[in-house]
Design a protein around this ligand. Structure first.
Ligand code: NAD
Length: 369
């Protein structure tokens, strides 16, 4: 039986509460003979700052670099509002992303039939929705130089951010999108603003070439990023995989996320480049939500985003696609049975807590194993 080494970084607030449910799911899969999941748990964010004076310790980084996958809960909270900027809890996540060179962010937007009513859009628009946003995570305008505010001679200020992309950066994110499309519905939509941005012209050119040369069987279409935003709320089911730069991806993935309801439902993956020797990618899996200090410690958090993130780790890092399908199906079963945490319950309806939801998912999973 294959053995996998997972680093669990629960973090702050509801992070440890939702991570505890992932452990139960991993144990159930292990007991069913799908793999041996060796887990190591360490501190990150405010919890790490309290223990070491740093948002992530060097020893934790070593563990992260050698893990088959890192599972990350959430960081931050009012307790650390005044810590020095370089040690703020988020700095732990940023260092992990940087040192693991995680350039590809995957955000699925899946609408579970049982939750179709919870969307702000009409049922027919989102029922059965299953799209994937692939966002470039380490380049573009958030990192390009110059990045500054200068004071002009007349006393006015001028702020500059620089959008920069190289051929290599576009090629590698395009390949992630095409590879995903291969095992999905074989369609990639590339978004940029080639009508007003030079980087958009290069983006479109490079994605077109990679598609034609390496993925002739995948349909490729190009949408201007603003038009893509409109289409996402008009008829999102036209998409399969959407690939975008860092800035547009930041916005479009949030738009897509809200098509399907609560923050407590949204998983994500961040991947690095494949190792030339082993083909393995460095990876980190985390729910989209934060540490939710308003409900932390009360057992109210929805663990589905965290469990769904573990499902993505099974699929994209551990080569256990079938186990991932079973986890997704167990989540769907539980939702179909009517069980809801407070964030996804109808007003006035009964809601269960974090452990009840986790236990129900494990029970549904066991039935399918
Ligand atoms: P948040 O995602 O923590 O919470 C927003 C709202 O959604 C809250 O009302 C919360 O109760 C609810 N919510 C979030 N996750 C939920 C879940 N699993 N189940 C039920 N309800 C859930 O965002 P915020 O309030 O803007 O930020 C709180 C803290 O988290 C801040 O310190 C922020 O910096 C941090 N944060 C961290 C990350 C991360 O670790 N990646 C991401 C976003 C925010």
């Amino acid at each position: 039986m294959a053995s996998f080494n997972l680093l669990l970084l629960p973090g702050d607030g509801i992070g440890p509460e939702v991570m505890a449910e992932v452990k139960k799911v991993a144990d159930a899969l292990g007991k069913a003979g799908l793999g041996t999941f060796e887990t190591e748990t360490d501190l990150v964010g405010g919890a790490a700052y309290d223990a070491h004076g740093k948002a992530v310790a060097d020893s934790t980084m070593q563990l992260a670099l050698s893990a088959d996958a890192v599972l990350f809960g959430a960081v931050g909270g009012p307790k650390w509002a005044k810590v020095p900027y370089e040690h703020r809890p988020e700095a732990g996540l940023l260092r992990l992303r940087k040192d693991l060179a995680l350039f590809a962010n995957l955000r699925p937007a899946v609408c579970y039939p049982a939750l179709a009513e919870a969307s702000s859009l009409k049922r027919e628009v989102i029922e059965g929705l299953d799209i994937m946003i692939v966002r470039e995570l380490t380049g573009g305008v958030y990192f390009g130089e110059p990045k500054e505010v200068v004071t002009l001679e007349n006393g006015q200020k001028r702020a500059v951010d620089t959008q920069v992309y190289t051929t290599h950066e576009i090629e590698r994110i395009a390949r992630v999108a095409f590879d995903l499309a291969k095992v999905r519905r074989k369609k990639v939509t590339s978004t940029e603003k080639h009508n007003v941005m030079r980087s958009g012209v290069l983006w479109k050119e490079v994605v077109t070439r990679v598609g034609a040369e390496e993925y002739p069987d995948i349909e490729l279409e190009h949408h201007l990023a603003d038009a893509c935003g409109m289409q996402l709320v008009r008829w999102p089911k036209q998409y399969d995989v959407i690939v975008c730069d860092n800035l547009f991806g930041d916005m479009l993935s949030d738009v897509a996320a809200m098509l399907t309801g609560s923050l407590g439902m949204l998983p994500s993956a961040s991947l690095g480049a494949p190792d030339p020797a082993t083909g393995k990618r460095k990876s980190l899996y985390e729910p989209v939500h934060g540490s939710a200090p308003d409900i932390a410690g009360q057992g109210l958090a929805n663990p589905i985003a965290m469990i769904g993130s573990f499902g993505m780790a099974l699929r994209y890092s551990l080569g256990l696609g079938q186990a991932a399908d079973l986890v997704d199906a167990a989540i769907a079963d539980v939702l179909a049975s009517g069980l809801r945490t407070r964030d996804i319950a109808a007003k006035g309806a009964n809601a269960v807590g974090t452990t009840e939801m986790g236990d129900a998912i494990v029970a549904a999973l066991r039935k399918r194993l």
